[in-house]
Write a new protein. Structure first.
Ligand SMILES: Nc1ncnc2c1ncn2[C@@H]1O[C@H](COP(=O)(O)OP(=O)(O)OP(=O)(O)O)[C@@H](O)[C@H]1O
Ligand SMILES: [Mg+2]
Length: 485
């Protein structure tokens, strides 16, 4: 607190001289010193720093936003928060610099700018820290590069394994879709590879270098869906969204937006989506500005969209807009010819992930897997292979290994099947009336016979297929004297 004019002059002058000496000292021992004003514009920069940054003269940087001269600068952060960053490492022109940044405040405590010092090379004690940082930086850059390559090659249309005629046709359609840049609709039961194919289509398209952004509509609460799609303007809300947020359409700009489970979209959002698809422009929540976006949409659903339209749960105009190029992914049970290739691919994947040797399937295991209904499709197949592998050390997996995992009568009726089931007729066809037990026995006998024939006499497997215990099967074989047949 100032007590007299004379004393205040003394303190001020001492402080000023002190500051000047300190600045001289820093200026002398630092590689670079600079100051920004309260708008983050460069107010001053010393000759050494300007030369280090490759500037012709220090004056050429004055008045410029700091990021224009030092792209990853955090000086603006110091001005905004008023908090110093006392020790930090920053890469400038591929050189790690130790930097220190402090806010500058006037007498009233108002932030008027920030001062930054960059040290390089001079503080020998920081050498180990700096070189460790440089090492980590290098490792990170390498990992990122590898990851980008992996991403690039991980999802191609040929990652969709399948050799059956339907699979080949489906991949052919997907390749054409990739070139056409129109909206694509992927239809198929759960686990049939819709997401995998969506990635493949993006990777084979002209948008491959741009983002692939996915949104699972079923997983987003209804009240947040619009914000998720179209973004939120700054200041539209308090709290977390105060600063505003970009929507998925904006993030996917130039690339592909994958709308997963599109059938689960609330009607009100459907109307907005339709508008965006038609106009290719979005209006973030709470803003009245419209932004152009260039996004290709790939939508997917495991529901019967036509039925949803008929039920009034899905807008027909949106359905037609999405249904430009539908691709149907048939359930696994309808492309049994793909099973061997899929199993080999999945077993290889599992082996490389778990570090365990790659398993093989015995012929009876193949027969068993081919007879299963696969309500969960390829995802279920993958899980079954993984589980079976965990239950045994043997390199080969037999039907027996799957029998505890997959129960034949554990069928989740599929939508398609529900539709295919004819409505019960009111007048049943005339049948010969016989004692019930006799008819049941006849049917039972022929079913057991068929099951034994299909499994080459493997009783454990046949019992599984019939959904009965092995003991019951033995009993019935004896009752019906099937072995002597
Ligand atoms: N043809 C295929 N070749 C190789 N892997 C496949 C194939 N189809 C599916 N998969 C694998 O099966 C799993 C499920 O696939 P995906 O997530 O693409 O299915 P989906 O149709 O999107 O399922 P859902 O409707 O449940 O979201 C993934 O691990 C995927 O890699
Ligand atoms: Mg999916």
């Amino acid at each position: 607190m100032k007590t007299s004019v004379a004393a205040s002059w003394d303190v001020d002058s001492i402080l000023r001289v002190g500051m000047e000496s300190l600045l001289d000292l820093f200026d002398d021992s630092c590689e670079g010193t600079m100051a920004v004003d309260d708008h983050g514009r460069i107010a001053w920069i010393n000759d050494k720093y300007a030369a280090f940054l490759g500037l012709k003269t220090p004056e050429s940087a004055l008045g410029k936003p700091v990021e224009e001269v030092i792209p990853n600068s955090r000086m603006r952060e110091v001005v905004t928060t008023g908090k110093p960053i006392l020790l930090d490492i920053m890469m400038i022109r591929d050189q790690p610099l130790v930097v220190m940044r402090i806010p500058l405040k006037d007498d009233s405590g108002k932030i008027v700018g920030a001062l930054g010092f960059a040290l390089y090379d001079r503080l020998q004690r920081l050498k180990p820290l700096v070189s460790k940082f440089a090492e980590l930086q290098w490792a990170l850059a390498n990992t990122q590069k590898e990851l980008a390559q992996l991403r690039h090659t991980k999802y191609s249309i040929s990652s969709f394994v399948g050799v059956s005629p339907v699979s080949l046709e489906l991949k052919h359609r997907a390749r054409r879709a990739a070139q056409l840049d129109t909206t694509v609709l992927l239809l198929g039961e759960t686990g049939t590879g819709k997401e995998l194919l969506a990635h493949g289509i993006h990777a084979a398209s002209g948008r491959a270098g741009k983002p692939f952004v996915g949104i699972n509509i079923a997983a987003v609460p209804e009240s947040l869906l619009e914000a998720e799609f179209f973004g939120v303007a700054p200041g539209a809300y308090t709290g977390a969204d105060r600063k505003g947020r970009e929507g998925k359409f904006k993030i996917a700009d130039g690339g592909t937006l994958f709308l997963d489970e599109v059938g689960d979209m609330p009607l009100q959002v459907q109307a907005k989506l339709l508008r965006v698809l038609q106009e290719q422009e979005i209006e973030p929540l709470g803003s009245n500005t419209i932004t152009k976006v260039d996004v290709r949409v790939i939508a997917a659903t495991s529901h019967d969209l036509k039925q949803l339209v008929a039920d009034g749960k899905f807008r027909s105009d949106l359905f037609y807009r999405l249904n430009v190029l539908p691709i149907v992914l048939p359930p696994l049970r309808e492309r049994v010819a793909d099973l061997d290739a899929l199993c080999e691919h999945l077993l290889e994947q599992i082996a490389s992930r778990t570090g365990m040797p790659q398993r093989e399937l015995t012929p009876d295991a193949r027969a068993f897997l081919a007879s299963y209904r696969w309500p969960g499709n390829v995802r279920e197949l993958r899980n079954a292979l993984e589980q079976a592998g965990m239950l045994t050390d043997s390199i080969t997996l037999s039907a027996e290994d799957f029998s505890t995992i997959l129960t034949i009568d554990d069928t989740h009726p599929m939508q398609a099947e529900k539709e295919a089931t004819p409505a019960p007729t009111s007048t049943p066809a005339p049948v010969e009336i016989r004692p019930l037990a006799e008819t049941v026995a006849e049917v039972e006998r022929s079913l057991i016979k068929a099951a034994l024939a299909n499994t080459n006499g493997n009783k454990a497997l046949a019992a599984r297929m019939l959904g009965i215990s092995r003991a019951t099967l033995y009993q019935k074989i004896e009752d019906y004297q099937l072995l002597s047949d």
